[in-house]
Design a binder for this molecule. Structure first.
Ligand code: COA
Ligand code: AMP
Length: 638
């Protein structure tokens, strides 16, 4: 491919110079029931809206339109589930019919436009159908990842106040069957908001017990439903709420709307991913994450691609060749996953022997995101696969990439360690604490000058104030990404760390603050700290340090075990909280701030200087000893 750097530059410049013209042109690619009055509505800064006055239906644009325009017989969705040994395919006609029927079921359950529907579901096609069915009738879905515990689900129920909850009897983790229904039952018990109706998909591996009067069997509810038509909604109406970790135990309800979302996501398929209608695109993520929303469900369908819903893991289902089996069997052209998945594959198949067993001739590009992509992983994947590997950076809040190597605009040279350059519409700034722009090479807080482009969050659910406070106050006129990094002399962006207490475990975003809240609730704990420590497979894992209350004389090992169980029980297995240690004291500054950064460095055997403000430097030796006792720092392999 010829170097077409100029195309990226031209497109990017145009998107910032005249966002109205740029996004109006992109919006021509979407079907509108009524055209917008304004492309960018800046009448109420710092709250910006896109395509105000416009009416559309996201489900129509993702599904029906392809039937109406002659793609009805093309595969829309392939459900590939090595854990149940199933492959099921839906053409666009079949998907439309299933979605319309389930939308009819929702209507029959009394769901109307604006109602919230929570999904707590594994990676089964019924979940995708249900998301699209909500979009079809203007209901707002909120998917909760299956690895979260009842307590987290309860928080989301209380915030979203759903009229209906959709669930399945179980999820399957490699070979373990995880019953979901007891977790949902417990969440409903914990929540203040009372859920009056649940539809339960009974899977053959585990049967859920039903609560009379509240729970209804999914298939029985769906039988004989009258298909529902697409309801045009305002471009600015919410399509979904997705909760993500904030800096406390209270998750943030990130909202994505209909109009801007459809426009930007469709634009991204062609211009970022370089994928078009009729091609097979696979995001190996989970519908519980934003990657799953945007790139398993909405974007590939908006673009008329075939999308893959994979219920399996990169390794163990059955082996590290699992991804390559899927790519070759379904003719995947682009795969999107998290670097951790590749670290898992590399660990089990360092020579890429499994890869060689499959015909990967259809495969063009690998996209990685969700956490920092270490250059070793990127280079290994590139060498073994022989295709470009694109690291790109984004967040639940943006819903699509902030920085990427835009394959559809002609790839720029890859610099391992950098997700390349800002995507169209994102005016990126590297700022100091007092809002000064930093020159190339200097690390600062990465901010995006307002307005954010279409598809990014317009606000938090029912919480404009929280949106402003969390994102817009630190750097006035800018959105705070929460990531720190720098640009190099060529304008490439490097994402180095978070400015808050968010850590990234196996591509999953978690708050150490939330884990600390859970530890602090243990009756024996006086104070605590949780830090993210580098991990060869998961990128980072949390490690907890607790100081017990005076007079507590129970076994420290027993307390540590209880703490691990407590986090699993309150936050969920997804936290991967497996290590806690009882320490005599926590290192603090003289003003009482816990020196988490220094503890992290000790645990990672990274060089550190004893902070001048430390209260008592001897505590660092105690921490070093405690860490040694639990196997930290870990010896590096190879
Ligand atoms: N329902 C219930 N439990 C779940 C779950 C779900 N949907 N997803 C994960 N869990 C559980 C796991 O079984 C595991 O439990 P355990 O502690 O009892 O073993 C725990 O949550 C942690 O899961 P995870 O961090 O995913 O670790 P893992 O060891 O099971 O797998 C990888 C490691 C690398 C294979 C896996 O993390 C992976 O495939 N990552 C890709 C990440 C990704 O797709 N991210 C999305 C952004 S692109
Ligand atoms: P989430 O909202 O769960 O998608 O997590 C978003 C966060 O993950 C970002 O704010 C970053 O901290 C991190 N992240 C995502 N993609 C990348 C990437 N390509 N490089 C570095 N960090 C990333």
């Amino acid at each position: 491919m010829a170097a077409t750097k100029n195309v990226y530059d031209e497109v990017y410049d145009r998107s910032l110079r005249d966002p109205n013209a740029f996004w109006a042109q992109a919006a021509e690619d979407v079907y509108w029931d009524r055209r917008w009055d304004k492309v960018l509505d800046d009448s109420r800064p710092p709250f910006y809206r896109w395509f105000t006055g416009g009416l559309l239906n996201t489900c129509y644009n993702a599904v029906d339109i392809h039937v109406d325009r002659g793609r009805g017989k093309q595969k829309a969705l392939i459900y590939d589930s090595p854990v149940t040994n199933t492959i099921r395919t839906y053409t666009y006609v079949e998907l439309r019919d299933e979605v319309a029927r389930f939308a009819g079921t929702l209507v029959r359950q009394g769901i109307t436009k604006g109602d919230r529907v929570i999904l707590y579901m594994p990676m089964v096609p019924e979940a995708v159908i249900a998301m699209l069915a909500c979009a079809r009738i203007g209901a707002i879905h909120s998917v909760v990842f299956g690895g979260f515990a009842a307590n987290e689900l309860a928080k989301r129920i209380d915030d979203a106040q759903p009229t209906l909850v959709l669930t399945a009897s179980c999820g399957i983790e490699v070979t373990r069957v995880i019953p979901y229904k007891p977790l949902l039952d417990h969440a409903i018990e914990l929540a203040a908001h009372k859920v009056s109706r649940c539809l339960v998909l009974q899977r053959p591996m585990a049967r859920a017990s039903m609560v009379a009067g509240r729970d209804v069997d999914w298939n029985e509810a769906n039988a004989g439903s009258t298909p529902a038509e697409c309801v045009p909604v305002a471009a600015t109406d919410p399509l979904y709420i997705l909760y993500t970790s904030g800096t406390t135990g209270i998750p943030k309800g990130v909202v994505h709307d209909n109009g801007g979302h459809a426009v930007a996501l469709k634009w991204s398929m062609k211009n970022i991913y370089g994928v078009g209608a009729g091609e097979v695109y696979w995001a190996a993520s989970d519908i519980g994450w934003v990657v799953g929303h945007s790139y398993i469900v909405y974007a590939p369908l908006l673009a008329g691609c075939t999308t893959i819903l994979y219920e399996g893991k990169p390794v163990g289902t059955p082996d590290p060749g699992a991804f390559w089996r899927v790519v070759s069997q379904h003719g995947v052209v682009a795969l999107f996953t998290a670097p951790t998945a590749f670290r898992a594959i590399k660990k089990e198949d360092p020579e890429g022997v499994h890869m060689k067993k499959y015909d990967l001739s259809s495969f063009r590009t690998l996209f990685l995101a969700g956490e920092r992509c270490d250059p070793d992983t990127l280079l290994w994947a590139r060498e073994k696969l022989g295709v470009p590997v694109v690291d790109h950076w984004w967040q639940t809040e943006t819903g699509w990439p902030i920085a990427a190597n835009c394959v559809g605009l002609g790839m720029l040279p890859v610099k391992p360690g950098s997700p390349t350059k800002p995507v169209a519409g994102y005016d990126l700034r590297i700022l100091t604490e007092d809002n000064q722009e930093l020159p190339a090479g200097q690390i600062g807080s990465i901010a995006i000058k307002l307005p954010l482009p279409p598809a990014c969050l317009p606000t938090l659910w029912n919480n404009d104030e929280g949106y402003e406070k969390s994102y817009l106050t630190r750097h006035p006129g800018h959105y705070l990404t929460g990531d720190a990094g720098y640009r190099d002399d060529d304008g490439y962006v490097y994402i180095m760390s978070r400015v808050d207490d968010i850590i990234n475990v196996a591509g999953h975003r978690l708050s150490t603050g939330a884990m600390e809240e859970v530890l602090a609730g243990h009756p024996d704990v006086a104070e605590c700290a949780v830090v993210g420590v580098a991990d060869e497979l998961k990128g980072e894992v949390p490690v907890g340090f607790v100081v017990t209350k005076a007079g507590v004389s129970r076994s420290e090992a027993e307390i540590a075990r209880e703490l691990v169980d407590r986090v699993r029980d309150r936050i969920g297995p997804v936290a991967s909280f497996k290590t806690a240690t009882v320490v005599k004291r926590l290192p603090k500054t003289r003003s009482g701030k816990i020196l988490r950064g220094t503890m992290k460095k000790i645990a990672e055997a990274a060089p550190y200087t004893t902070p001048a403000t430390i209260d008592d430097p001897a505590i660092l030796d105690e921490i070093t000893e405690s860490l040694k006792a639990i196997g930290y720092p870990k010896a590096k392999k190879g």
